[in-house]
Design a binder for this molecule. Structure first.
Ligand SMILES: [Zn+2]
Length: 253
């Protein structure tokens, strides 16, 4: 009986399988991006805390410009500025090329040079740490081990699995304990991470309200897109969705 059901309805399973595959495909980049950042934070957390202080997701505002830095490690040996790129496929790029190229299967995608991007991050950090002119900045770009790097750069560009090795090649002590603490505190004080996500949240709400008002002004239901009509209820006239009772939207609710 059961086998009959499965064989007779094989196309349903095929549709379900294809559906799941396309959902995965659609969200793969964001799922992987999220996991990539998590794992870089996890890798960094293995560093000795007495020598390395970590800030994940540092948001700096510099003259009206916002920089979002994936990871900053304040250490005895300088400040590591880490940019994680969770890309797959072949990665082509040069030290001075403005755009790099990702090639996956036969698809080519261009993205802004992470070397330049990280240079901007160092610039923002320098601005906020101008009280510490002797600091050494060490930008590192990290690609996931799924990528194949075909690049010609002298900047630090490495794979996730090599990140700690690269960090540990820097052994010359240039910051005192006191300077290190002061820098760490200063960066945490200027971190706009909370405000930044809150602001994005508020913006989203505002946009939603705007869209609602626009829709109502055009006599369209903001919930389902059907016409809004004047209706009569127990307590008098009101404007509601013509798709009632499927949609129970009313204005002023
Ligand atoms: Zn409606």
């Amino acid at each position: 009986m059961m086998t009959d059901f499965i064989t007779e309805n094989w196309y349903i399973w095929l549709i379900i399988a294809l559906g799941l595959a396309s959902i995965y495909q659609a969200f793969r980049t964001s799922i992987k991006g999220y996991m990539g950042e998590k794992s870089t934070a996890a890798i960094l957390s293995r560093l000795n805390r007495s020598k390395y202080s970590i800030i994940n997701n540092l948001v700096l505002e510099t003259r009206g410009q916002t920089s979002q830095i994936d990871h900053v490690v304040v250490s005895d040996f300088g400040i590591f500025v880490i940019e994680m790129k969770n890309y797959q496929g072949w990665i082509f790029g040069g030290e001075h090329t403005e755009y790099w190229t990702q090639v996956i299967y036969k698809w080519k995608t261009q993205f802004y040079s992470p070397v330049r991007q990280n240079r901007g991050h160092v610039f923002a950090l320098k601005h906020h740490l101008r009280a510490f002119p002797n600091v050494k900045y060490i930008p590192i770009i990290v690609f996931s081990d799924d990528a194949t790097l075909k690049i010609t750069v002298y900047s630090n560009v490495t794979y996730s699995s090599q990140l700690l090795k690269v960090i540990k090649t820097y052994t010359e002590v240039i910051l005192t304990e006191k300077e290190k603490d002061a820098i760490f505190d200063r960066l945490n004080a200027v971190n706009m991470k909370a405000t930044y996500s809150q602001r994005k949240h508020i913006k989203a709400i505002r946009q939603k309200l705007k869209a609602r008002e626009k829709s109502i002004s055009q006599s369209r239901c903001p919930r389902c897109g059907n016409d809004l009509i004047l209706r009569t209820g127990k307590f008098g006239n009101f404007t509601g969705c013509s798709n009632f009772p499927t949609c129970r939207f009313t204005v002023d609710q």
